[in-house]
Ligand binder design. Structure first.
Ligand SMILES: Cc1cc2nc3c(=O)[nH]c(=O)nc-3n(C[C@H](O)[C@H](O)[C@H](O)COP(=O)(O)OP(=O)(O)OC[C@H]3O[C@@H](n4cnc5c(N)ncnc54)[C@H](O)[C@@H]3O)c2cc1C
Length: 372
């Protein structure tokens, strides 16, 4: 049987960020990833937005991890040459009825210690001439980042501290043992067992399944996840440079609403929408084009439907409950009270999981340091 001090399940941005913080020359750290490469799932299928932290419930982990994660991501990007841009973002109210939402969002931002500036119609138009609105809330701290370069940086740092990434390594079972856990892995068709003192479950959309595999009653603990799919449409070059900032509508019931997504390489996408799906499926429904166009035309009237073509989709690992659209926080849990010392679960790491990744990693590292 192989052995490791720490096994991290999942090489997305969160697992890699954790690896970069828990690795030490004195520890054997193994990152297990079922795909042939790191970062092939949700971490490469998102808006790549470094969130300002306006929306989340004050005092929540999402609010705190978003605010300090953003500061940390910009600092890491600056120091390590990771491409990023503090574009800023406008959230726009297209009619009088929507302006009340902007007021309440501004208050929430203040409660979260995040800068948000209210603009009237003229001021908004001066910033973004292509945008039509009654008022807008401006978040100067929001930006975009090259997520692949960020993940590469985390992996490079983890490896420099001795961590090892094993790809095509799917965790299929977890059992308790005297010294910790035995993790069963299908490694390219070969069954391998790894004995580990600490196991970190950062398996994204499979995190509920992994917790269940380890013997946790995920229904009772509130760890059940659903697949909340978000699709994107690419906008042709005819749209390029029409907006300098990210432009979001007033959010719908649950999601932030279909918005403009500027990518670091200069392209523009629209999205994501939000649909709960029964299984992981990354196809984009071309029939949604009109709906995407209608959503964005409300605040960027010059856009044309023919400019839109299907792009990518990503799946948010969303907590199943509460299912009434109310706030769901990230769960980072050391399962010692369940008799599982050394087992750490990360559940419901949907947006802003990318922004929050360095802070989630520090939190997990704090737990791990207490175990060695
Ligand atoms: C449409 C969309 C838009 C988003 N936009 C933003 C945004 O703009 N800003 C932001 O901050 N956040 C955003 N997010 C959220 C962000 O992308 C995620 O929170 C983040 O990528 C989660 O990273 P992760 O490492 O937890 O998950 P993942 O990237 O999914 O990584 C989990 C890894 O675990 C592996 N795995 C699963 N099961 C096993 C197993 N049994 N054995 C071994 N490996 C396994 C998977 O293959 C995968 O590589 C968005 C998400 C979506 C879906």
């Amino acid at each position: 049987m192989e052995r490791a001090d720490i096994v991290i399940i999942g090489a997305g941005v969160v697992g890699l960020a954790i690896a970069s913080e828990v690795s030490r020359a004195s520890r054997d750290v193994l990152i297990l990833e079922k795909n042939p490469q790191w970062g092939m799932e949700t971490s490469s299928r998102n808006s790549e937005v470094v969130h300002g932290g306006l929306y989340y419930r004050p005092g929540s982990l999402k609010a705190e991890a978003s605010r300090s994660g953003r500061e940390r991501i910009y600092a890491l990007a600056e120091e390590n040459g990771i491409p990023f841009k503090k574009t800023g973002k406008l959230i726009v109210a297209v009619n009088e009825g929507e302006t009340g939402y902007l007021e309440s969002l501004m208050k929430n931002a203040a409660d979260n210690n995040v800068v948000a500036i209210m603009l009237d119609e003229k001021e908004a138009r001066r910033m973004e001439p292509a945008v039509k609105c009654r008022a807008a809330l401006f978040s100067p701290e929001t930006g975009i980042i090259d997520t692949h370069e960020l993940m590469k940086y985390f992996l490079r740092k983890a490896r420099s501290l001795g961590a090892e990434l094993v790809t095509l390594a799917e965790v299929t079972g977890i059992e308790r043992s005297a010294g910790g856990y035995v993790v069963k892995v299908d490694n390219s068709g070969e069954e391998v067992e790894i004995s580990a003192r600490v196991v970190i479950n950062s398996a994204g959309n499979n995190a509920g399944k992994i917790a269940s595999m380890a013997g946790i009653d995920i229904g009772k603990c509130g760890y059940e996840q659903i697949y909340s799919k978000g699709e994107y449409f690419r906008v042709s070059d005819k749209f390029l440079n029409r907006t300098k900032r990210l432009v979001y509508p007033v959010p719908l019931e649950k999601s932030l609403g279909i918005h403009t997504v500027l990518d670091i390489r200069g392209g523009v996408r629209l999205g994501p929408d939000e649909t709960v799906v029964p299984k992981i499926d990354h196809t984009v429904d071309a029939n949604k084009r009109k709906a995407f166009y209608d959503s964005v035309k409300r605040f960027i009237p010059s856009i044309e439907e023919e400019w839109l073509s299907p792009d990518i989709a990503g799946i948010r690992p969303q907590l199943k409950y509460p299912n009434d659209g109310s706030f769901r926080d990230f769960i980072i849990s050391h399962e010692a009270p369940k008799g599982m010392e050394g087992f750490i679960d990360l559940i419901g790491i949907e947006s802003p999981g990318l922004t929050a990744s360095p802070v989630i990693a520090l939190r997990v590292a704090g737990i791990v340091d207490g175990l060695f």
